[in-house]
Design a protein around this ligand. Structure first.
Ligand SMILES: Cc1cc2nc3c(=O)[nH]c(=O)nc-3n(C[C@H](O)[C@H](O)[C@H](O)COP(=O)(O)O)c2cc1C
Length: 211
C-alpha cells in the first residue's frame, strides 16, 4: 500500500447500499478516532452512532422542516434559492444504514486567561479563533473517515445541516455537558459508482517552501 492510498480511497459518498456496517468495523473506526492528536491530549470529542432508521429519518425531517421554515420567512431571491439548493446536501444521509454524530467538548486554552489578564485582548482573540478545541475533534473525525474508507465504507463529512444543530442535539439527547455537534457523516457501503473526486488545487497554490 502506497503512502497516499488511504487518502485516495476516501471520497465523499452520498448514496448507500442497505445493510448496517459490521459493528467490529465501526469499533475500528472509533479506535482510529481515539488515536487522533488533541491539544493537551484532552480528547474532547464524542461520537454518537445510530443504525435506527426512525432516528435517521427524524434527523433528516427536522433539518428539512427547519430549512423550509427559514425559506418561508425569506423573500424570493438568491439567498432563499441558495438554501433550497443546499437542501439535498443536508439530508441525503436519510437513506444511509447508519449515521454518525461527531461532537466537540469543552477545551481550556492554556494561556487565554493570562493574555486577558495581561490586557492583550487581541492576542487572546487570535488564540481563541484558532479553535484548538474543535481542531482536535476534527482530527478524530478525519481518522474515523479514513479508517472507514480503508474498510470499504462510504462517508461524507457534513456541516450543512448544522443550522439545525440545536434540534439535532435534542433528538440525539447525548446529555454531555458542554458538548456540541461539530459534524455528521452517514456510514455504509457505497452504492453505484463513487463520483469522481472534485479537482484539487495544484500544489503550487497551496504550498510555500520558505528558504
Ligand atoms: C467541513 C466540511 C463540511 C462539509 N459539509 C458537507 C455537507 O454538508 N454536505 C455535503 O454533501 N458535503 C459536505 N462536505 C463534503 C465536501 O463537499 C467534499 O469533501 C469536497 O467536495 C471534496 O470532495 P471529496 O470529499 O470527495 O474529496 C463537507 C466537507 C467538509 C470537510
Amino acid at each position: 500500500m502506497g503512502p497516499l492510498d488511504i487518502f485516495e480511497q476516501r471520497k465523499s459518498v452520498r448514496a448507500f447500499l442497505q445493510g448496517p456496517p459490521q459493528r467490529e468495523d465501526v469499533m475500528k473506526m472509533v479506535d482510529a478516532a481515539r488515536l487522533a492528536p488533541t491539544g493537551k491530549n484532552a480528547q474532547n470529542w464524542h461520537i454518537a452512532y445510530t443504525e435506527k432508521t426512525a432516528l435517521i429519518h427524524q434527523a433528516a425531517e427536522c433539518i428539512l422542516m427547519k430549512s423550509r421554515a427559514i425559506q418561508g420567512s425569506l423573500e424570493e431571491g438568491n439567498e432563499k434559492e441558495s438554501l433550497k439548493k443546499i437542501e439535498p446536501y443536508s439530508i441525503f444521509f436519510r437513506e444511509a444504514p447508519a449515521l454518525v454524530f461527531f461532537y466537540y467538548g469543552p477545551y481550556r486554552i492554556t494561556g487565554l486567561e493570562a493574555l486577558k489578564l495581561a490586557g492583550r485582548p487581541e492576542e487572546a482573540a487570535t488564540l481563541k479563533n484558532s479553535g484548538p478545541g474543535i481542531q482536535g475533534a476534527a482530527a478524530a473525525m478525519e481518522n474515523f473517515l479514513l479508517c472507514a474508507a480503508r474498510l470499504g465504507y462510504g462517508t461524507c463529512w457534513m456541516t450543512a445541516p448544522l443550522f439545525a444543530a440545536k434540534e439535532l442535539e435534542e433528538l440525539v439527547g447525548l446529555g454531555l455537558d458542554g458538548f456540541h455537534l461539530m459534524a455528521l457523516t452517514p456510514l455504509g457501503r457505497p452504492r453505484g459508482i463513487i463520483n469522481t473526486r472534485p479537482l484539487r488545487k495544484p500544489r503550487e497554490e497551496m504550498f510555500t517552501a520558505i528558504s
